[in-house]
Design a protein around this ligand. Structure first.
Ligand SMILES: Cc1cc2nc3c(=O)[nH]c(=O)nc-3n(C[C@H](O)[C@H](O)[C@H](O)COP(=O)(O)OP(=O)(O)OC[C@H]3O[C@@H](n4cnc5c(N)ncnc54)[C@H](O)[C@@H]3O)c2cc1C
Ligand code: FES
Ligand code: FES
Length: 494
């Protein structure tokens, strides 16, 4: 297929084509600059505050997905084939959208800087609720707004507004856009041709096949792969101009089939570009106790944008999906020009931002065994802020017991070393023991044999050490002999 030098997308009721723009330009800066849509605000520029929240509609198999995104982390090329909506699109023909009216009536806006971002998150929550035909609970609405920060209101009035507005939207069908309108917008844009956006020595390529991705990497040694960009674009922003010369970005996002999630008799097979919210959905469906980690992974906008491969290849010691995949003995399927190979998640990362990937190789899938040994699975996250913050320390703990004796065990720790680690010494002292206080004390004492905790701006080494011992204690409270039965935590074949 001939490639397109223009980014083609839907905006303000029509198809737009952007040519000659820098591939590292963010959608936020395009909107506020050349796009002249200043309702969308710039706060942090690193995905943390939500002031820049926009809404994207995109193809999702045969359906349409409508999701929020942080426009500061979207490169303009990421609009290719999608429809973009900003706060200027929200008002109904006859006045304010219920979300906007409720924000005004409930005192949800004071200085107003955060308000457009909140409105876009609420608009999406209301639209999604209307599709389901169910009014969300206050807790669900609070979760939907975790990526939006406000320095003025104290959040209660904002939540009150969200409750009022979603009830009105669901009750009256007071929708801004019906699903067919999203669909019509995407049909007008059409199936995107592979993108080849160039400006000087900076290039953004978005092939539509895996072969195209591999060819682009082979032709451009040193090219950076980008999926959702929620790590990579932050890296670009923090690097300033250093990373922006002679930069070739190769998107995996448009490559057909890479986002599929399937389950067969033995494995859950998760495509590399599967979105984090879909991945967590599948995992939590099989082990509900993972829900407390899933809900604290970033924000809805980041979970709807970031991917499983990005979490693995970013190789952060505090990646939150990696310890879950490691505890489940998952494998990474990697493709290169020479063919495919399978690498265990355990050992895939070799250091901070370092993995076993060879130049030109791409992660294509993660295979999670469904007949895993694990009977109960628990995931704990300690972070400085409860919502939308990366872990200081995390622990994913799996246990198979028979008559109170430990048959098999996984102890995986995040934030304790330069990679997520499997604490094999702790596992060894637990194996074959009754799961009692004595075993707990031995496990806590063995942590030091597996890791020497790191200290950094998030926490001192001594804090991390005590935090992990505390998490092991909590695990024991929840799964030891006296703990209430928790069948819902069983990782099961489905
Ligand atoms: C505000 C904010 C909050 C966050 N909170 C959390 C959190 O709570 N927990 C957490 O774990 N993470 C968090 N993150 C980090 C990030 O969202 C995740 O790591 C996410 O999974 C990255 O996926 P991505 O698709 O956006 O990766 P990208 O940024 O696109 O890529 C990340 C890295 O992976 C490489 N890569 C991507 N796909 C492939 C592939 N198929 N093959 C080879 N290499 C590939 C890229 O080259 C890059 O080096 C947060 C980020 C932000 C901005
Ligand atoms: S400007 Fe803060 S999330 Fe984008
Ligand atoms: S109203 Fe001022 S930051 Fe939210």
């Amino acid at each position: 297929m001939t490639s397109s030098g223009a980014v083609r997308f839907w905006f303000r009721g029509e198809v737009r084509e952007l040519e000659g723009v820098s591939p590292t330009l963010s959608v936020l800066h395009w909107l506020r600059g050349t796009g002249s849509s200043r309702g969308t605000k710039e706060g942090c520029n690193t995905g943390d505050c939500g002031a820049c929240t926009v809404v994207l509609a995109e193809r999702d198999g045969v359906g349409v997905r409508v999701r929020t995104a942080n426009s500061c982390l979207l490169l303009v090329g990421m609009l290719h084939g999608r429809a973009l909506f900003t706060v200027e699109d929200v008002a109904d023909d006859d006045g304010l959208h219920p979300v906007q009216r409720a924000m005004a009536e409930r005192g949800g806006s004071q200085c107003g800087f955060c308000t457009p971002g909140f409105v876009m998150s609420m608009w999406t929550a209301a639209e999604q609720a209307a599709v389901r035909g169910a009014v969300p609970t206050r807790k669900e609405l609070a979760d939907a707004l975790t990526g939006n920060l406000c320095r003025c209101t104290g959040y209660r009035p904002i939540l009150d507004a969200a409750v009022d507005a979603t009830a009105e939207v669901v009750g009256r069908g007071a929708r801004a856009l019906a699903p067919q309108e999203f669909r019509a917008a995407l049909e007008a844009v059409g199936e995107p041709a592979p993108l080849e956006l160039r400006s000087g020595s900076v290039v953004h390529l978005a092939p539509t096949t895996l072969d195209g991705v591999l060819a682009a990497l082979a032709e451009n040694p040193g090219a950076r792969i980008v999926a959702g960009g929620t790590d990579l674009v932050v890296e670009l922003r923090l690097a300033g101009d250093d990373l922006r010369d002679d930069l070739v970005l190769v998107s995996t996002d448009a490559a057909a089939g890479l986002a599929d999630i399937t389950a067969d008799g033995t494995h859950l097979r998760i495509g590399a570009t599967a979105r984090l919210d879909d991945v967590w959905h599948e995992l939590v469906a099989r082990a509900p106790a993972l829900g407390r980690m899933a809900g604290r992974f970033a924000s809805p906008a980041i979970r709807g944008t970031g991917t499983v491969a990005g979490n693995l290849v970013n190789a952060s010691p505090v990646a939150d999906l990696v310890p879950v995949l490691l505890a489940l003995d998952a494998d990474v399927v990697v493709a290169g020009r020479a063919g495919r190979r399978v690498v265990p998640v355990d050992g895939f990362a070799t250091g901070v931002r370092r993995t076993v990937l060879e130049p030109g190789e791409v992660v294509v899938r993660v295979d999670v065994p469904l007949l895993s040994f694990v009977r109960t699975l628990r995931a704990y996250k300690v972070s400085r802020r409860f919502d939308d913050d990366i872990s200081t320390v995390s622990a994913v703990l799996g246990l198979a017991q028979h008559g109170g004796r430990i048959d098999d065990v996984r102890v995986v720790l995040g934030g304790m070393a330069t990679t997520v680690v499997r604490a094999r010494s702790v596992e060894r002292v637990l194996l074959g023991r009754m799961w009692d206080t004595e075993a707990l004390r031995s496990a806590q004492a063995a942590v030091g044999s597996d890791v020497t905790p790191i200290g950094d701006h998030r926490a001192a080494a001594s804090y991390r050490d005590r935090a992990v011992r505390g998490l092991l204690q909590r695990w024991w409270y929840e799964t030891g002999a006296d703990a209430p039965a928790a069948d819902t935590d069983v990782w099961a074949l489905r």
